[in-house]
Design a protein around this ligand. Structure first.
Ligand code: SAH
Length: 246
């Protein structure tokens, strides 16, 4: 079922009870893929207690030590934020549109990761810059921060609603969208070329790479588009090299 293509990623969760409640929230909505990045305490009896009967989700949860590992095989990475945001103006979804968007992605057989931050401090700016989109659950402006498992519950519900709608009416792309890992190789190549042509100053990079990441993340690059982009970068490098040789 397409909901199995949705991964819930929790970053450095402090309270094991929240991991258990998250498993329960996921299972009620038919989600099963849980990944924990450096949890403070896991496995833990409190997690098991709070999961109620969703211990299969805890038993199958993957524990990794970086966000990059957690999403390496995913095509779309969506960060969650308790606030409406920071330095860059992100493409921010509300939960309803996020669920519809995710529904389309999973119906096209793409893997989607939803990233949840630390209880006290949320996601770091670096983690946010790794995300292609953001979702914010509209809340009371004076008291905007939900408990993490409550946020998982709301977004899992919207994913369920979004995917049920979409299943009959989807027109999958006939081309495969590349994974985050492949896109990382492209970003490294792009950054190298931009430095070589002196468009990017490594001493003062400003927000160039995060902006470019955001843009490419948003457009869901396909395999043939990636070869085109890599080919163009190699051609730029080749031309520079030839000029120097002369
Ligand atoms: N003070 C932190 C709050 C973190 S709440 C901050 O301002 O970022 C812990 C996590 O719960 C968040 O990282 C996010 O994953 C989720 N969360 C809480 N409230 C949310 C909301 N209104 N919308 C989306 N996610 C929310």
């Amino acid at each position: 079922m397409s909901l199995s293509n949705i991964r819930i990623v929790l970053i450095q969760t402090s309270h094991p009870g929240n991991i258990g409640s998250t498993a329960r929230a996921m299972k009620t909505m038919g989600l099963s893929d849980l990944c924990l990045v450096n949890p403070k305490m896991f496995p833990d009896p409190q997690a098991t207690t709070m999961s109620s009967n969703a211990n299969d989700i805890l038993d199958n949860a993957k524990v990794v030590d970086s966000l990059q590992q957690a999403v390496a095989d995913c095509h779309v990475v969506i960060g969650t934020s308790a606030r409406h945001l920071r330095t860059l103006s992100w493409d921010t979804f509300d939960p309803r549109h996020c669920g519809e968007f995710i529904g389309k992605q999973v119906a096209d057989n793409k893997k989607v990761a939803l990233i949840f931050g630390r209880e006290r401090t949320g996601l770091t700016n670096e983690e946010l810059s790794f995300c292609h989109h953001l979702v914010h659950i509209p809340t009371n402006a004076d008291y905007s921060s939900l408990n993490i498992a409550s946020a998982v519950q709301i977004l899992s519900y919207e994913c369920r609603m979004g995917s049920v709608d979409i299943q009959q009416s989807s027109h999958p792309l006939d081309e495969e969208v590349i994974s985050t890992k492949e896109l990382e190789g492209f970003y490294q190549h792009l950054e190298k070329v931009l430095i070589e042509v002196e468009f990017l100053d490594p001493e003062n990079p400003r927000y160039l790479m995060p902006r470019l990441r955001r843009m490419y993340g948003r457009i869901a690059v396909t395999r043939s588009e990636l070869s085109l982009l890599r080919g163009m970068l190699s051609a730029f490098q080749g031309r520079k090299f030839t000029r120097r040789e002369k």
